[in-house]
Design a protein around this ligand. Structure first.
Ligand SMILES: [Zn+2]
Length: 236
């Protein structure tokens, strides 16, 4: 049985399938992964922005509190100036002292909040710098993927042409059967393991009649195609 042309065609189809897989599956997957990387960097910038804003707000809140307590102190001082009775003076002094304590506490809290704000600003700067790096790296990846896509499309077009030339050299009966099988089973033509009587496509042991047919076909160039009874593949 002579299958040389058919097997050459199958080799070409293998190359075509690999390129088509790259075009349809691998390249889009890589593109998606690259974009995901950029999204992660963007998320980190967003989180750092939120964190920094929260620290900023906290600082402003304590600053505002401090201003309010200073106002209370001033008011207590003004009151003390107007009050003549000793009892009233004592009350104003107590009011002043309480406002002073609160103002000091607010001032300390504002200072601590200001210290907390520094690391959040640094983290935001870091996240932005990382994003800028990622943006450049990912732009390079995407452009390389674009180039590869054009290359693969070109290779597929030329392989397709060569494939058609090869197909024209294959015996029409073989080609017809091969085209039918390859839609469901790949590869469509597989070796028959003559020692173990196994189809290497489906790995199932075949009856003695199949082995006899294969051995007979080995000796005759005009033998008909032999199919695996289990999976339908062409055996050689
Ligand atoms: Zn099989």
């Amino acid at each position: 049985m002579k299958l040389d042309n058919l097997l050459a065609l199958q080799d070409e189809d293998t190359r075509l399938r690999n390129l088509q897989r790259e075009l349809v599956t691998l390249l889009p997957e890589r593109r998606k992964a690259a974009k995901e990387r950029l999204r992660i960097a963007q998320d980190a910038v967003d989180a750092a922005t939120q964190e920094n804003l929260a620290a900023q707000r906290e600082y402003e809140r304590f600053q505002h509190d401090y201003t309010r307590q200073r106002d209370n102190m001033n008011r207590a001082e003004r009151n003390a100036g107007r009050i003549m009775s000793l009892k009233g003076q004592e009350a104003a002094a107590a009011e002043y002292a309480a406002a002073e304590t609160a103002a000091n506490a607010a001032s300390d809290a504002a200072n601590r909040a200001a210290e907390n704000r520094t690391p959040t600003e640094r983290r935001l700067d870091d996240a932005r710098a990382f994003y800028a790096e990622e943006e450049i790296a990912i732009a390079a990846i995407l452009s390389a993927l674009d180039e590869r896509k054009v290359q693969v499309e070109g290779e597929i077009a030329s392989l397709q042409e060569h494939r058609n030339e090869l197909a024209a050299t294959v015996d029409p009966t073989q080609l017809h059967y091969y085209d039918r099988v390859r839609k469901g089973c790949w590869p469509a033509a597989v070796q028959f393991n003559r020692n173990d009587s196994v189809c290497t496509g489906c790995n199932l042991v075949q009856p003695a009649s199949v082995k006899q047919a294969v051995l007979a076909a080995d000796k005759s160039a005009n033998a008909p195609l032999i199919y695996c009874p289990s999976c339908g593949r062409i055996l050689y």
